[in-house]
Design a binder for this molecule. Sequence first.
Ligand code: SF4
Length: 426
Amino acid sequence: MCLGVPGKLEDINGDIGAARVGAITTPVNLMLTPEARVGDFVMVHAGFALKVMDGAAVAETLNIYKSVAQTRSRLDEMCARLNETAKGLAPVNLMEVCGTHTVAIARSGIKARLPANVALISGPGCPVCVTPVGEIDMAVELALSRRARVVSFGDMLRVPGSTLNLEAARGRGAKVDIVYSPGQALAMAGREEEEIVFLAVGFETTAPIIAAAVKTAAAADLANFSVLVSHRLIPPALDALLSDPNALLDGLICPGHVSTVIGWQAYDGLARRYKVPCAVAGFEPGDILESIVMLLEMIRAGQAGVANQYSRSVRREGSQPARQAIEEVFNVVDGDWRGLGTIKNSALRLRPRFVRFDAAVKYELQARRVPEPKGCRCGDILSGRSAPADCRLFGVACLPEQPVGPCMVSSEGACSAAYLYGEAAG
Ligand code: SF4
């Protein structure tokens, strides 16, 4: 869900461009990148351009995508550096915060190449996984009882609610659709008379594009479009994790695309306050290994700052237009996280001037506190207290095609990654 890919702009018409991504040309909303010009490369995420990429960053990214041989030799080089840097260190626990990193680590077998004194723990970086059951229930109620058409990204349809998920609600006649971008939801609202509700989950990567969609709806006065906002913010969750004396984390691998929006400076205060080094990482296996080396070097030197491995995309201050869009459209409020409880200032709500697009207000819905599915340990996994293999349902009663909890639903979930790539030992 948090993945962004480089696309070359071939055409621009107002706020909409046509971007070439690999072999296909796709429409892309340019509200967050007004400076983009034909010929520029932009980072495309869920149908929106998050930032204009500079030439060196594009060349580096495309080279990494193209060259398998180069990636292999880079992996070997990084593993050698990692082993050398880890020599003599006391056991080190590093948390990868981002679900896309969790999948990349599992798929590339990074854990098997780590020295015995370095452990990787998955964190709360899968947006589908951290959405509480009560908020899934709100979406199911909207679709089933209020007869709105609920649309969202694919994974969200399979996340279990307390009685049904959205897919099952669709089986009972509710109107539920998968969309790939909020732009699609806006187009549906413009075409149809029916009520369209976008279930918006995700972190700082997705929040700006939802903000842009809400601004578009306001400009077009789309009365039949609203958003069920379930956005969460990463730094407050890290603060909550690090403040737990039982957490015993020695370093954080910070998310690449979230950091493209908020900038690496967002972790600086946390790193210093808790004396825990942070490294922002890209998504290739070599990127992740290099970020681990950076963390080990800081640990060895007794430093606690922020290293930026993903400098081809992440700047100190992040993306100003994207941050402004979030600021303009949302207020920051306290939020419930699956596994982490209520975290202060960790969620977003539409500002009063956009409240007519807030589905929770429009339909007078409130999230209830609902217990986790029986036996499911997603809460412990998301907070780094357990690994998937610690759950007795893992791979037995809980499978990707028949998930009990959200960590087995999402392609970015720790349980699904461990199951699909054979990391049963966690
Ligand atoms: S294996 Fe399934 S039931 Fe167990 S923690 Fe993971 S998602 Fe929950």
